[in-house]
Design a protein around this ligand. Structure first.
Ligand SMILES: *Cc1c(COP(=O)(O)O)cnc(C)c1O
Length: 401
């Protein structure tokens, strides 16, 4: 027991794995060639970016894919490609990260926040109640939690709401066997360092819609070189939109694409490795008094790249105490409910540029959410230790009533 009490975790919560050697080799070859811009190709070589798009579209089972500069850029492009205009209202999650309301603000639109449930997913009753207020939903699968997508699609179809999925935390995840990002009109992904593939910065947009894809390609800055894309519609589709679609540059370059292609090939194995880690932490925290685990439905094949639990209805000083005691033992927990945004922001009322009405039921949940990253540099033994430390500190604070 004394031994356990003194256990300290020494791993880094921000340390990802190295880029696969294959990717490093490919990146060096690109640098040697001097041809880094996606449209700078020699003869009829397709280039790394177009190949990556083709491969990502195939991996997701969709027709079209555009590789872009960031996940945030993918979302603003998606909103623009669906014709969202300044002043329009866009439904979105009250529980998400700042780039999501930021994307809505970037196009001059106004978020209508939809509440969060104890499963950490969008509150579908609240969505039903608010669905007539907008014609687009930017749905964030925040921290990898996927709502009942069948019911969500039924609600959105009935109200004529088109869905953009933010899959920053669900690349490779599924709902009833369907890959995340393929249920909506558009799926958006990030390849920023802390997501499921790492190119430093980067992102993807996928769709099966011809017009949407043509607009997205032109928006991203194609300089009318769209025939060079391998995962885009026929040139004739572009003819219909090319004079009316502005160029808002945000392309991906060959260097990033080169390091992503080998990562895409092992995405499935990586996702499984994350979920193994998640399950070890979950098992270690089961039946810990005062701590509530998040229910994961059977329909959801999630990617456990981060772990959340609830200290529901705990007084704020006690939550702070748990965070501090865990930190003292090397375990970095983020308290998403903290009043002041720090390093990350995930509370709708800290986005003052986006007006919101109070949502007491969501506030109760947000106030109790704790979050921990699980990078693949952590072993399963590391994960068991993390759970032991959290369990001990939560129990100690809980018992001290
Ligand atoms: C990281 C993230 C994004 C966008 O990512 P960037 O590539 O950093 O723009 C979008 N949504 C969520 C929930 C994220 O965590």
């Amino acid at each position: 027991m004394d031994q356990n009490r003194s256990d300290i975790f020494t791993g880094s919560f921000t340390q990802q794995e190295p880029i696969p050697e294959e990717g490093i080799e490919a990146a060096i070859a690109i640098m040697r060639s001097g041809r880094l811009h996606r449209y700078n190709v020699k003869g009829d070589e397709p280039g790394e970016v177009a190949l990556l798009e083709q491969e990502f579209a195939a991996a997701m089972g969709v027709k079209y894919c555009l590789a872009v500069a960031s996940g945030g850029y993918a979302m603003t492009t998606a909103l623009r490609a669906l014709g969202v205009r300044p002043g329009d209202r866009v439904l979105s999650n009250a529980f998400t990260l700042a780039p999501v309301p930021g994307a809505i603000a970037a196009v001059g639109a106004v978020p209508v926040f939809v509440g969060v449930t104890e499963a950490l997913t969008i509150d579908l009753d609240d969505l039903e109640a608010k669905a007539d207020q907008a014609s687009v939903l930017l749905l964030s699968h925040m921290r990898g939690h996927i709502c009942d997508m069948d019911r969500l699609l039924e609600i959105c179809t009935r109200h004529g709401v088109r869905v953009i999925e933010d899959c920053a935390h669900t690349m490779g995840a599924r709902w009833r066997g369907r890959l995340s990002g393929t249920d909506g009109v558009i799926g958006c992904y990030s390849t920023q360092t802390y997501k499921h593939m790492n190119s430093g910065e980067g992102g993807f947009l996928v769709t099966n819609d011809d017009q949407v894809m043509a607009r997205a390609v032109i928006l991203s800055g194609s300089y009318m070189l769209y025939p060079r894309h391998l995962a885009a519609p026929e040139p004739a589709v572009f003819e219909a939109v090319k004079y009316d679609t502005p160029n808002i540059s945000g392309r991906m370059d060959h260097l990033r694409a080169a390091i992503l292609r080998p990562q895409l090939r092992r995405l499935e194995a990586q996702c499984a490795a994350w979920t193994d880690r998640y399950r070890v932490v979950e098992a270690g925290l089961r039946d810990c008094p005062g701590l509530r685990l998040i229910d994961r439905p059977d329909e959801e094949a999630f990617v456990g790249s981060s772990f959340q639990f609830l200290l529901l209805d705990w007084a704020a000083p006690k939550v702070r105490d748990v965070v501090a005691r865990c930190a003292a033992r090397g375990v970095e927990l983020k308290w998403f409910g903290a009043a002041e945004p720090a390093g990350f922001t995930s509370r709708y009322d800290s986005w003052r540029y986006a007006p919101s009405a109070p949502m007491p039921a969501s506030d109760r949940i947000l106030a109790g959410i704790l979050d921990m990253r699980l990078p693949l540099t952590f072993s399963l033994e590391d994960c068991a230790l993390l759970a032991r430390i959290i369990r001990a500190e939560v129990s100690a604070v809980h018992q001290a009533a």
